[in-house]
Design a binder for this molecule. Structure first.
Ligand code: GAL
Length: 675
């Protein structure tokens, strides 16, 4: 197992300015096309290309024999064109000969059935056989290209755990038992942690323990939670094994592409992030969500949190439609630029896409690309050329950090535990609350850092904690300390309920923060879908109420009706002295009412808001400590004016006073004086 290097010792991703690039899958094309591809990449300003992402079958046609001829040629072509390579280990999807010879590497899902090859990622994360083959391939690739001057970055596998995170095969079962022994030490401790005295589940031997396969009733929540932790750790161990093989041959930075997104939740990226040399993320707009644009901003802010505030790489996004949603929407004219620069505004130092040239065959043939089926005589290609030009014009921003006064606490462990099989209501999921609170801040033009529970909160004026059901004592204390030191807090319902083993803290909810908030909840009282709840202020709410008493806090608003009528719905415990105020929200307010409450809280906390910013216009600042670059992303159908003095980088013009930002446009101002 590779040692985890200190962040300061890690190789850094060095690049001239903001990288512009894509996944490139030359194995799908004739070599004659490669030459045209490289020429067009140069025309578009592409300077970082990921290859060998799904290259295994092309490199290793049979066990034991590698053929690098084609990859050699592709890398040479790119190198000669001055394009840097983000080199994949190629281990994401095993070739058919491997799964035919070793069917034991295939994943088993929770109903106990095997998932077969023919798609991608058909492998068990705990399989030693798969691990051996994958590490051998990673080693062979690293050995061959470890000193090649074209290589800028190593790309381990691809989106680890996108499909295969939770495996229930016999190998996984054995690995789960080993992991549990290491975590709990003794079977008695495990029984305590999982609360197995309930429903006669007490274990007397490690060999009795299974992965949480499907049962007739609901499953043990402690077992499910530990299985999520185990599964995330297994894939991280896989990452480490491949990274160690690369490290034997190269000192360049190594990473893998995260999936910080609303529909993938199986990896605890807070645990993964410290092991990456640079953080990279894949993000696709999800039109199944209510507010895809705010979710993009949230994902970018969370990715920056994973990077500890440092710049990160947008490793994949799309120029237009994807192929995996029920209806795959094309982007509107200008949306490609707005999406891309929103990521840059929020800390990305690379704008990369899946993929270079749209496939003619395979599952993803209707997925957009930089070069569409329509070819270069297309509006999309012209937008790509314009984007490449603008990304080049922003090179000076690379390395700068984002400024934020507000921290929002987010946790994958809380997500797993909160969205349990049995819970007070299925009308709401963890992410719904997270997105609602983030959305209100976004509507108000407030820039937010998304950080882990327990993070250093020094310097934030406000810490927002939406629905953080699970929190350890130590992480809970970090919020108390931040408030004692002067930060304000806003905590919302169903936070601080259980400890890290999903054990309820008794004595009234939220056990972790009763004193901090000066409240005590006696009983949850969710309402049926469609039921409206009114507050005395006139605010509307849905989904949730609770029977709460304000022990030390002032009551800001009350439920006017519903199951908690006349009880407090919004409270505020005044900090007094140098401490901050601690606000609590006991229901899911309608969007406008939530925005009003959050406006009140951010105003009281002295949080800076960008004038003119809101849901339709995003304004974010990046700074290197001296220069400030202000990004203005105008999603609206109206032109807007902003006050500005400095140089506008997209148009290359000087601004003295008022800058007009046309409808749908993006502008980036290098401020003459730090605002
Ligand atoms: C990602 C993946 C790419 C491609 C893309 C399509 O999950 O890494 O290979 O499949 O999605 O949106």
């Amino acid at each position: 197992m590779a040692e985890t290097a200190l962040a300061s010792e890690r190789p850094r991703f060095e690049h001239q300015g903001i990288a512009f690039g894509c996944d490139y899958n030359p194995e799908q094309w004739d070599p004659a096309v490669w030459r045209e591809d490289v020429r067009l990449m140069q025309q578009a300003g592409v300077d970082l290309v990921a290859v060998n992402i799904f290259g295994w079958a092309a490199l290793q046609a049979a066990d034991g024999s590698f053929d690098f001829t084609a990859l050699d040629e592709v890398i040479e072509l790119l190198h000669n064109a001055g394009i840097r390579v983000n080199l994949g280990t190629g281990t994401s999807s095993p070739p058919p000969w491997l799964t035919t010879r070793h069917p034991e590497v295939l994943p088993v899902v929770e109903d106990g059935t095997t998932r077969f090859p023919g798609g991608r990622q058909a492998w068990c994360p705990s399989s030693p056989v798969f691990r051996r083959y994958a590490v051998d391939l990673a080693e062979a690739v690293a050995q061959r290209y470890g000193r090649h001057p074209a290589i800028a970055l190593w790309h381990v596998s691809n989106e680890l755990g996108c499909h295969n995170a939770l495996c229930h095969c016999e190998e996984s079962t054995r690995a789960f038992r080993r992991w549990l022994r290491a975590r709990h030490g003794s079977i008695d401790e495990l029984n305590r942690a999982w609360g197995t005295s309930f429903w006669s589940q007490r274990y007397s031997d490690w060999d009795e323990i299974l992965t949480p396969k499907l049962t007739l009733s609901s499953r043990n929540p402690g077992q499910l939670l530990d299985f999520h932790r185990f599964s995330s750790d297994e894939l991280l161990a896989h990452y480490r094994a491949e990274a160690a093989a690369i490290r034997r041959h190269s000192a360049l930075p190594i990473t893998t592409n995260f999936m910080v997104t609303a529909h993938i939740r199986d990896l605890d990226y807070w645990a993964w992030a410290p092991e990456m040399d640079v953080i990279a993320n894949d993000h696709y707009l999800d039109h199944r969500l209510g507010e895809p644009r705010a979710e993009l901003a949230f994902a970018a802010d969370l990715t920056r949190g994973l990077a500890g505030g440092d710049p990160w790489l947008l490793m994949e996004h799309s120029t237009g439609a994807v192929n995996w949603q029920p209806v795959n929407l094309a982007k509107e004219p200008g949306q490609l630029l707005r999406n891309s620069l929103t990521h840059v505004a929020r800390g990305a130092d690379a704008v990369c896409f899946f993929q270079w040239r749209a496939s003619l065959q395979g599952s993803e043939k209707f997925h957009s690309a930089l070069l569409p089926h329509a070819g270069t005589d297309s509006d999309l290609w012209r937008e790509v050329l314009e984007l490449g030009r603008i990304v080049g014009a922003l090179d000076e921003v690379a390395g700068a950090r984002v400024q934020a006064d507000v921290a929002l606490l987010f946790s994958w462990e809380a997500w797993w535990a909160s969205d349990a099989e049995n819970r007070p209501t299925h009308a709401l999921e963890y992410l719904d609350q997270v997105h609602a609170l983030y959305g209100a801040l976004h509507d108000l033009g407030v820039t937010v850092d998304v950080v882990r529970p327990g993070a250093d909160l020094t310097g934030y004026r406000l810490v927002v904690t939406p629905g953080l059901y699970l929190v350890s004592d130590a992480d809970a204390a970090a919020l108390d300390e931040a408030v004692a030191a002067g930060a304000h807090a806003l905590v919302t319902f169903y936070s601080g309920i259980v400890d890290e083993q999903d054990r309820v803290r008794p004595g009234g909810y939220p056990g972790a923060w009763r004193e901090l908030l000066g409240i005590r909840v006696q009983e949850f009282a969710p309402v049926l879908p469609g039921t409206r709840i009114a507050l005395e202020s006139g605010a509307g709410a849905t989904v949730w109420a609770e029977r709460l008493e304000a022990t030390e806090a002032e009551v800001v608003d009350r439920f006017a009706d519903g199951p908690a009528a006349r009880r407090p719905a919004v409270t505020r415990r005044a900090g007094g002295g140098s401490a901050g105020d601690a606000w609590y929200l006991a229901t899911l307010l309608d969007r406008a009412a939530l925005r009003d409450l959050v406006r009140r809280v951010v105003t009281a906390a002295g949080v800076r808001r960008e004038p003119g910013a809101g849901a339709e216009v995003e304004i974010i600042r990046r700074t290197d400590g001296e220069t400030v670059w202000r990004f203005i992303v105008n999603h609206s159908a109206e032109a807007i004016d902003v006050d500005a003095h400095g140089t506008e980088l997209v148009t290359g013009s000087t601004v003295e006073g008022l800058l007009a930002v046309p409808a749908g446009a993006v502008r980036v101002i290098r401020e003459e004086r730090a605002a």
